[in-house]
Design a protein around this ligand. Structure first.
Ligand SMILES: C[S@@+](CC[C@H](N)C(=O)[O-])C[C@H]1O[C@@H](n2cnc3c(N)ncnc32)[C@H](O)[C@@H]1O
Length: 294
């Protein structure tokens, strides 16, 4: 399955023969500022080649001759359509089912039963948000854990929102179809209870069980937005492996807004390599990458 639409046109030779992949310091600066201003991702000078490589085919497809022309084109992008393509190309979307698996164990064994017991008024459901969900494996892993806890009568109803800034990733997530070999980290009992196996033309692919798929919705949300418009507080937020791309000021702003979206006693999960340091005001550490709103 192709995750990112690839453009197949041949490249203008001027783009790949110059140092740094042909990107001038001026174009790099303009494009890096655009990325930072739009989604908070910091692209230091060491990212010249990465940027050049990711944009090369797109520039060729547009029939432009240089990165400077592309930067100018983005500057005159009235409807924002090319900006969306550009941001899609500049984000790193690596993810996987049950990535940082310990978090899903904590979610199912501790967090969800505790929230259901102590924080959930009768008749209401647990609300969870995967705040930079890439191609959907993270919210669907949360969903599998929640469905299992519900089958064991540990929690009542639940719902999950998956969001990302990348439209391409959200389209993959919405489909809920994955190559079967991506299921390697999924516990076997969840593979059999949560996925339908593809046959004939779908051989080698799996589809999320429709009952689970229907409880996960997707939306485009930029973590830099002032107002996430979630329609109410969340019991659990996963915001993992995205703040590593932000500087401290951006991280502080995002963390403040995420905390505001949590019920008191609700949980925030960040990537295991993303220590919050002194930015975790109002959140108490629970375990590696897991925080509870005070
Ligand atoms: C490396 S993936 C992490 C996926 C998943 N959370 C995980 O840990 O496996 C980072 C995701 O953050 C998204 N992202 C980057 N900047 C963002 C922003 N300002 N708002 C929302 N999503 C953003 C990217 O599009 C990408 O899909």
């Amino acid at each position: 399955m192709t995750m990112i639409s690839a453009v197949s046109e041949s490249e203008p030779s001027c783009l790949n023969t110059l140092p740094g992949g042909g990107i001038t310091p001026r174009a790099f600066r303009a494009l890096a500022e655009l990325v930072y201003g739009y989604c908070g991702i910091v692209l230091g000078p060491e990212k010249h080649t990465l940027m050049a490589n990711r944009l090369r085919k797109r520039i060729a497809a547009l029939g432009l001759g240089s990165y400077d022309e592309y930067a100018e084109r983005l500057g005159a992008d009235d409807d924002g359509a090319e900006l969306d393509v550009f941001i899609d190309l500049m984000t790193t979307n690596h993810t996987g089912f049950f990535r940082e698996e310990e978090h899903f164990r904590v979610l199912g064994a501790q967090v969800l039963p505790e929230l259901a017991r102590e924080r959930l008024p009768p008749g209401s459901v647990l609300r969870m948000w995967s705040a930079a969900c890439a191609s959907g494996e993270e919210p669907y892993s949360m969903a599998m854990v929640a469905a299992q806890a519900q089958r064991r009568d540990l929690i009542p109803g639940w719902e999950i929102l998956g969001s990302d800034i990348s439209q391409t990733m959200l389209a993959v997530a919405e489909r809920g179809i994955y190559a079967r070999d991506r299921l390697a980290p999924v516990p076997p009992e969840l593979v059999s209870s949560c996925f339908l196996q593809g046959v004939r033309s779908q051989e080698g692919f799996v589809r999320l069980d429709p009952d689970i798929r229907r409880q996960v919705r997707f939306e485009r949300i930029n973590l830099l937005d002032d107002d996430y418009r979630l329609g109410g507080p969340q019991h659990v937020i996963f915001c993992r492996n995205v703040m590593i791309y932000f500087d401290e000021a951006t991280r502080a702003g995002v963390l403040w807004r995420l905390r505001e979206q949590l019920h008191p006693g609700g949980y925030l999960f960040v990537g295991v390599s993303e220590s919050l340091g002194n930015l975790c005001g109002g959140l108490e550490p629970v375990s590696h990458g897991v925080y509870r709103r005070i």
